[in-house]
Design a protein. Sequence first.
Length: 537
Amino acid sequence: MPDTADTQAFDAIIVGAGFSGLYQLHVLRDRLGLVVRVLEAADGIGGTWYWNRYPGARCDSESYYYSYSFSHELEQEWEWTERYPEQPEIMRYLNHVADRFDLRRDIQLGAKVTSARFDAAAGCWLVQTAAGERFSAQFLITAVGCLSTANIPAIPGRDSFAGISAHTGHWPHGGVDFAGKRVGLIGTGSTGIQAAPVIAAAAAHLTVFQRTANYSVPARNGPMDAAQQREIKANYAEIRRKSRESSNGHPFDFSPLGALDVPPEERQARYQAAWDRGGLRFRAVFKDILTSKEANDTASEFIRAKIREIVHDPAVAAMLTPTDHPFAAKRPPIDTAYFETFNRANVTLVDLKATPIQEITPAGVRTSVAEYPLDIIVYATGFDAMTGPLLALDITGEGGLTLREHWAAGPRTYLGLQTPGFPNLFTITGPGSPSVLTNMPTAIEQHADWIAGCIAHMRANGLRRVAATQDATEAWVAHVNEAAAATLLPMASSSWYLGANVPGKPRVFMPYAGGMARYAAHCAQVAAEGYRGFAFA
Ligand code: N01
């Protein structure tokens, strides 16, 4: 119920028009008949893919399953052109989805949400945008993605740089011309590893500033031919089933074997085959790569040997070799000629552990030992992941409690879907859900469907309000911690999964590491038991 005459009232407000917001709109409007408004800060749909237009931006999941499964017609008519879709192709796909399902009429672009407050008396959320528009809705659903708040380090002198500087997650829409330019690239996560070879090929010189050396496996991208398209389309039902029943939302099986169950030569041959095939599937060569340090050591050492083999200069190879964390304990990048890039005459690697950046000057970057004159600085420094985009909405729940206060020591959710004290607020792929540990569309569809199921249950039973209980939340947070502790994931002390990349952020392992299939089954069971752990009114 609106609190002023100029408040626009809806059944549900969805924040964000990326993969999750588009699908949530479709489900709530076209299946449940709700009156919905999507508020999107950008001037176009696409979410993370709208913003991340940096050179080399491409999805690490394979195109045919980094896609919606909800429409048989959609998956049959859409043609992916490459094994991994490039950013413009994903944007074409999402725009096609928006048109095909007539979504645009309920999406408001350029509408940046600046606050959301639960009005307990009226039983609704009051949402305000930067332009001062006001909305009210019984349900508020955040579809803001996990990696949409840029982390731009506060390096002294940062804003004094006289050249062009850009964060990869806010890449200029007109592009950046690297021709003849001296470019500095800070960051060697998935983004930096995708961007470096493309920038090196275009620029006069590329200096890569590396703080933590990273593992990477070749992507082995290539065109999709007609025969592959036919085979995929004929098998979509099975591909989707496998994705949903897998631990990480990808339609591939993990080997039933442990890394130490086979002799060294066979182990090596299996790693080599996976290296040749390329992609994130490398993690599936053995079942225990992420649970046994001994098993992981064999995978980590295989990749380290590859780096030594590919990179000609042994000193550069040594700098590029990760030793401080197990393979895949941080989100593993995949690449196209990343390590090979350091064999180019126009590429320099700077080890920031040995020689930290001291300041950015108008002319470039100054480390403890040298000054690097630059025309362009590219920040591939990642995101205030998972909690950042939610806290940026300035959400206030019952009794004036803010989400920022509630999560001061780290996020605490029930199933990653709800937070106690914030009734009728649902979070798609929130902290405490598998989200970033999966192929995102699989996790997104599961969440949007579950939320729609919960709302349908409320409507059918005349219920106006749902909130996670404190007890269920405490138990779930404990389970999320246990699930992470059963893996090697917490061993990467510089991981954004732990919030470690943002100074001052609480160190809490945020995603649920117990596996997508197990998680989805648990959510279904919770619903089947009358939404156990949720209180209705
Ligand atoms: O960010 P990151 P990203 N000084 O946080 C360094 C997804 N993604 O944008 O490791 C110097 O992984 C930081 O160093 P360190 C994917 O889930 C998907 O690359 O903290 N360096 C690190 O090297 C991915 O995991 C795709 O020591 C600083 C880098 O910046 C996630 O997005 C493609 C620094 C940040 O790496 C994030 O990836 C790309 C500082 N002050 C990304 N601060 C696809 O699927 C940070 N760094 C297409």
